[in-house]
Design a protein around this ligand. Structure first.
Ligand code: HPA
Length: 278
């Protein structure tokens, strides 16, 4: 995997050359988050990722393929921060290995981002979190997503026994919840996908202690944490998971709910950016 390391290093070099100083906070926008996110920044510069060697470009509808870097608009005194928005991600279910899924995040952290904010869409496992709710991760259960610190995926290093206690930075999350007290944190369950879960699987993961279910984010969170970055993740709950209240999820429903809740998502994103202790 020496080759993987070379690819990450090459990306770091390109990012620095094309976009200048690194961001303090790097954000990966999943389904539904990108509509209004760019409005949160000013003095922006963009980079089209298509055609950039070694960057894994998203193909799933709802994910873009560009980077936007800039300053958080209207930041209160002492809260100025340089932020990078990555408009999409690649997933395990598209056939990628862990190292490929996390390559972009590794490059962003090695370039200098001290904080990584991972956003996604997920299905709700609890009736007190209706579609449209936003859920900061308190923790996760990995139900089959590939682990990027496994030997062979770990960017030239061997297997790494990374401690995942408090991987989703409690202080950063507390700062978000202070600004957005209506948010309810919870446990994200990561499934392989791309089929949605069966109702029986949904009942199982809810009983195991999950609050939301999705198909992404965990590999990037582990990779960023292993490199020493502070990590926060937030799900936009776009639907009730299969079988809950008769739910029969579809990608159309996910995209529709995401669009309908884009403003609330952007408000929470801004609060999360302000809460980063950069
Ligand atoms: N299950 C898995 N992933 C998802 C869901 C879901 O119900 N909704 C959005 N992403």
């Amino acid at each position: 995997m020496f080759e993987e390391c070379t690819k990450v290093d090459a990306l770091v070099e390109i990012l620095g050359r094309r976009l200048g100083p690194p961001p303090q906070v790097a954000v990966v926008l999943g389904s539904g988050w990108k509509e209004l996110a760019s409005d949160l920044l000013e003095n922006t510069e963009g980079l089209d990722l298509r055609g950039l060697d070694n960057w894994m470009c998203p193909k799933v509808e709802g994910h873009g393929a560009d980077l936007l870097i800039g300053d958080l608009k209207d930041a209160p005194e002492g809260k100025a921060r340089r932020v990078l928005l990555c408009s999409g991600r690649v997933h395990s279910y598209e056939g990628y290995e862990a190292a490929e899924i996390v390559r972009g995040v590794r490059a962003l952290v090695n370039w200098g981002a001290s904080h990584v904010l991972l956003l996604n869409a997920a299905g709700s496992l609890t009736t007190d979190r209706p579609a449209g709710s936003l859920m900061p991760f308190s923790d996760h259960i990995n139900f089959g997503l590939p682990n990027p610190v496994r030997c062979g995926e770990n960017c030239g290093h061997g297997a790494q026994f990374v401690n995942l206690v408090d991987m989703y930075d409690p202080a950063w999350r507390a700062g978000l919840l202070e600004q957005q007290p209506h948010l309810q944190e919870g446990v994200y369950v990561g499934m392989k996908g791309p089929s949605y879960e069966t109702p029986a699987e949904v009942r199982m993961v809810a009983k195991m202690g999950g609050d939301a279910v999705g198909m992404s984010t965990i590999p990037e969170a582990i990779a960023a944490h292993a490199l020493g970055a502070k990590v926060m993740a937030i799900s936009l709950l776009t639907n009730m998971a299969a079988g809950i209240e008769g739910s029969n999820p579809s990608h159309e429903e996910v995209l529709e709910t995401a669009t309908a809740n884009a403003q609330a998502a952007a408000d929470v994103l801004r609060s999360a950016l302000l809460a980063a202790t950069v």
